[in-house]
Ligand binder design. Structure first.
Ligand code: FMN
Ligand code: FE2
Ligand code: FE2
Length: 401
C-alpha cells in the first residue's frame, strides 16, 4: 500500500525541502522541512488542503495528477496564508482554472494582497461546513494567531481527521513515510520543541484557545502543515503543545547563556555550571551566545525551568548577542522560569541594568541578586557565583519535589 495514503479519502501530496538552510530567513533546518499538503476525495468532489512553497508547486501538481487520474480538484482550502503554504496558489490556479479557493474573510483578503487572485473564491465562517459528497463533510474552525490572524483548521466529520495548519507541526523533512504509525518519530520531538519555541512561541494563549476549542471533539488523525501525520502519538504531541503554550518547562534543568569577549564572563558561566552539577542538576546546557544559533538557545530556554544569563557590558550597554536573546525571550513572553543574572564590566556596570529592564518587562523575578564582576573575577565573586547557582539548583529541586 502506498505510504502516502492516509485514509480512503485522504492522500498526502506535500513535498520535502532539503535545500533551504534557514527557514523564514531565521531558523536553521539541518534536517530539512516538509510542506504538507493533502488531497481529500469525496464521492462527488475533491479538495486540496493547503499548498506548498512556490518553488515546489510543480511537484505538488504532479502528485495531484498522479493520484486523481485526470479528475481536477474542485476546491483549494487555505488554512494558513504564510507563503510556505500559499506560495503555489497562482500555479495551482493556472493548473486547475475552475478550482474554487476556500478561506475565511482574512484569508481571502491576503490572497488578493499576496497573489492578486480574487475570482472564484468561497468565504467561510467559523463552524461552516462544505460537502464533498454524502460521505465527506468538512467543517472549518477559525483558530486565529496559530500562527497568523487568518489561521483556521479543517475537520473531516466522518473520519475525525483534523488538518491543523502549523499547530502540531515540526521541522524535519519526511523520510519516506508520512504517518507516525509507519516510522520511528522520536527524532521529530526535539525539532517540534524548536519549531514551536522559535515560530509559534509568542502565541501561547492562542494555542491554548485552539486546544480548548477542540476539547471533547474526537480526533483520530492530525494532519499538520509540517512534519509527520499523527495518529498513534496524538496525545504526546498535543500534550507537548499544551505544555509549551502554557510556558511550562519540560525539565528541571538549566540553560546557561553567556557572552564573553575575553573569557572572564565565560569563567562565571563555567563556575555556575559546576555548582549546579554539584547540587544535583543533571540537565545543563551552556551556550556561548556568539556561537550557538539563537534558534537552539530559544529552544533550550523553553525546555528548562532554570535560566542563567551572563553578559559583559559593551559600549555602555548589553553585549549584542545577549540583547538578541533577551529580545527573543521578551517577544515570546517566556514565563515560569527560575532566573539568575551575571553582569561584567571594566569600568561601569551597565549590562546587568539593561538585562534587569528586560526581565522587569516580563515581570520575571531572579532567584538571587545579580552576581557582578569588574575586570577578572575575584575568588569572592566566584564563590558568590557558586552560591547563587546553588540557590537556583535548590529552587529547582524543590520544584521537583
Ligand atoms: C568593544 C568593547 C566595549 C566595551 N564597552 C564597555 C563599557 O562600555 N563599559 C564597561 O564597563 N566595560 C566595557 N567593556 C569591558 C567589558 O565589559 C569587560 O572587560 C568585561 O569584563 C568583559 O568580559 P569578558 O572577558 O567576558 O569579555 C568593553 C569591552 C570591549 C571589548
Ligand atoms: Fe506559519
Ligand atoms: Fe508553516
Amino acid at each position: 500500500m502506498k505510504v502516502t495514503r492516509i485514509s480512503d479519502r485522504v492522500h498526502y501530496i506535500g513535498v520535502n525541502d532539503r535545500t533551504k538552510h534557514i527557514f523564514e530567513a531565521l531558523w536553521p533546518i539541518p534536517y530539512g522541512v516538509s510542506y504538507n499538503s493533502y488531497l481529500i476525495t469525496g464521492s462527488e468532489k475533491s479538495a486540496i488542503v493547503d499548498g506548498v512553497e512556490a518553488d515546489y508547486a510543480l511537484r505538488q501538481i504532479e502528485h495531484i495528477d498522479n493520484l486523481s487520474g485526470g479528475r481536477k480538484p474542485d476546491y483549494l482550502i487555505i488554512n494558513h496564508m504564510e507563503p510556505d503554504h500559499s506560495g503555489a496558489i497562482r500555479m495551482l490556479r493556472a493548473a486547475y482554472p475552475d478550482m474554487t479557493i476556500v478561506g475565511n474573510a482574512q484569508t481571502i483578503a491576503m490572497i488578493k494582497g499576496f497573489y492578486g487572485v480574487d475570482t472564484n473564491m468561497l468565504t467561510v465562517k467559523d463552524g461552516d461546513t462544505l460537502s464533498l459528497g454524502e460521505d465527506t463533510t468538512l467543517r472549518f474552525n477559525l483558530t486565529p494567531m496559530v500562527h497568523w490572524p487568518e489561521t483556521m483548521m479543517t475537520y473531516i466529520e466522518e473520519e475525525a481527521t483534523l488538518f491543523a495548519g502549523d499547530a502540531f507541526g515540526c521541522f524535519g523533512a519526511l523520510n519516506g513515510a508520512v504517518l507516525d504509525t509507519d516510522m520511528n518519530t522520536d527524532h521529530y520531538f526535539p525539532e517540534m520543541l524548536r519549531y514551536y519555541s522559535n515560530i509559534v512561541g509568542k502565541y501561547g494563549q492562542f494555542v491554548q484557545r485552539a486546544i480548548k476549542k477542540f476539547e471533547g471533539v474526537t480526533i483520530k488523525t492530525v494532519c499538520p502543515t509540517h512534519g509527520p501525520v499523527w495518529r498513534s502519538r496524538i496525545k504526546e504531541v498535543v500534550d507537548l503543545y499544551d505544555k509549551l503554550s502554557r510556558y511550562e518547562p519540560l525539565y528541571n534543568g538549566v540553560t546557561i547563556v553567556y557572552g564573553s569577549m575575553y573569557g572572564n564572563t565565560e569563567t562565571m558561566a563555567e563556575t555556575a555550571a559546576e555548582a549546579l552539577a554539584e547540587a544535583g542538576i543533571r540537565d545543563i546546557s551552556i551556550h556561548n551566545a556568539s556561537m550557538t544559533d539563537l534558534s537552539y538557545i530559544i529552544s533550550d530556554i523553553f525546555r528548562h525551568r532554570g535560566l542563567i544569563i551572563a553578559s559583559p557590558t559593551y559600549s555602555d550597554s548589553l553585549f549584542p548577542p545577549i540583547r538578541n536573546v533577551m529580545e527573543a525571550i521578551v517577544m515570546r513572553g517566556v514565563k515560569n522560569r527560575e532566573i539568575m543574572m551575571v553582569g561584567s564590566c571594566t569600568w561601569a556596570q551597565q549590562a546587568v541594568k539593561v538585562m534587569s529592564g528586560y526581565l522587569e518587562s516580563l515581570k520575571a523575578v531572579c532567584v538571587t541578586e545579580p552576581v557582578l564582576i569588574k575586570q577578572a573575577p575575584t575568588s569572592e565573586q566566584l564563590e558568590q557565583c557558586r552560591e547563587a547557582a546553588t540557590a537556583l539548583a535548590r529552587k529547582l529541586t524543590t520544584a521537583e519535589g
